[in-house]
Design a protein around this ligand. Structure first.
Ligand code: SAM
Ligand code: SF4
Ligand code: SF4
Length: 364
């Protein structure tokens, strides 16, 4: 029954999945489980100025957290060209991530190059917010549509722990305010909650986001990568967080806009905005996963937890044509049957031995 549920069904149902597309948009290609390709995450650098305990902790042996040489990264032109090809293949949404994407000096050119494509519906970026004070205006001018800031607490000491003591909360809050004044609105706030570390920050984050008009999204702590000590017991199930918030600020469920939406959305009954939950551990959503990822060094991944990526860098170096590149991507996607998080739920402990790309490499 589980296997059958995986298939999306007859052609009419597949068609229904694409109702949100505009007339001029390309019908996405489907993978081996009938999942459409419509969302690209581009990680543009591994380098980061934070050491979050769930991603790149200070305690990790340095060999595992060594950043690659920036000379090995895809160039701005290669990234923009890749994005253009993906849009031609039906991708409507692109997220720029990292490492810390604001550390890359040619970020404005990358954004300009990608955003000028009229077929792209949504260009967004995830940042730790540290450099927003000086760079938010430039991001807006370059054509970035939306912004997500990762913020795991608004309490000074807890925030400090969650960024590996690399920043002060005030710097991030000021950066977010500047970004809002530059026209990024609403800003999404991503918060990872870890048992025993920042559980007490939930209500403060909600109060802050309601006051400022941001949309906070709680992301369950995932076993991505191998350089942090993930354990199931450290995961705070999002349902606990929903219940906690609902007691203080009553919520009601919001229907999904389209089948590919992976966060559960709720609105506050008093009308003061909405809130999201990404429950990849306790309620995995692999059957709706339409994301492809590319690493800074040009490896394409079909899944956040994939053991292997497909290295495009040598193909770029060899002067591959656009049509051959398109065929390569179609082939990679057509063979995709990844469903790591659903398997994790079915076979507990399954994750411990697998070699996975690190979060700071693949970008979440
Ligand atoms: N440096 C930027 C930032 O932190 O926003 C972008 C890259 S970061 C890898 C992208 C997102 O992944 C962040 O929102 C971060 O909180 C999330 N993340 C990192 N490690 C995680 C983990 N083990 N489980 C869940 N989310 C994680
Ligand atoms: Fe934290 Fe993002 Fe840096 Fe990872 S990449 S350590 S999540 S700021
Ligand atoms: Fe997508 Fe892989 Fe995450 Fe499942 S585990 S939702 S297939 S990235």
């Amino acid at each position: 029954v589980k296997e059958q549920m995986w298939k999306i069904g007859p052609a009419t149902t597949v068609k229904e999945r694409f109702q949100h597309l505009r007339e001029d948009e390309t019908l996405p290609i489907l993978d081996a489980c009938n999942r459409p390709l419509n969302y690209l995450r581009i990680s543009i650098t591994e380098q980061c100025n934070f050491r979050c305990p769930y991603c790149l902790p200070d305690s990790t042996p340095s060999a595992k957290t060594k950043f690659s040489n920036v000379k090995d990264y895809l160039s701005c032109d290669e990234i923009v060209r890749f994005a253009k090809i993906m849009i031609a293949l039906g991708v409507g949404k692109i997220r720029i991530t990292g490492g810390e994407p604001l550390l890359r000096h040619d970020l404005p050119e990358i954004i300009k190059g990608i955003s000028k494509n009229p077929k792209l519906r949504d260009l967004t970026l995830t940042t730790n917010g540290f450099l927003l004070k000086t760079k938010a205006g430039l991001l807006k001018k370059s054509g970035l549509h939306r912004l997500t800031v990762s913020l795991d607490s608004v309490t000074h000491d807890v925030f400090s722990k969650m960024c590996g003591h690399r920043a002060k909360i005030q710097d991030i809050l000021e950066g977010i305010t500047i970004a809002k004044n530059e026209g990024f609105h609403p800003i999404k706030i991503n918060a990872v909650i870890i048992k025993g570390i920042n559980e007490d920050s939930v209500l403060e984050l909600v109060k802050y986001s309601r006051k400022e008009g941001h949309i906070v999204r709680f992301i369950e702590y995932m076993d991505a990568g191998n350089c942090h000590n993930w354990h199931q017991d450290l995961v705070v199930p999002n349902q606990h967080i929903v219940d906690q918030i609902h007691k203080e600020f009553p919520l009601e469920n919001v229907e999904k806009k389209n089948a590919g939406e992976v966060s559960s959305r709720y609105r506050f009954l008093d009308g003061k905005g909405e809130i999201g939950f990404i429950s990849s551990v306790t309620q995995p959503f692999c059957r709706d996963c339409s994301r492809i990822r590319i690493s800074p060094k040009g490896k394409v991944y079909n899944c956040l937890f994939a053991e292997q990526g497909f290295n495009l860098k040598p193909l770029f170096a060899a002067g591959i044509s656009d049509s051959m590149l398109k065929n390569a991507i179609k082939d990679i996607w057509a063979k995709r049957d990844d469903r790591y998080s659903e398997n994790r739920l079915l076979y507990r402990g399954f994750s411990q031995t697998r070699e996975k790309p690190e979060m700071f490499q693949i970008g979440g």
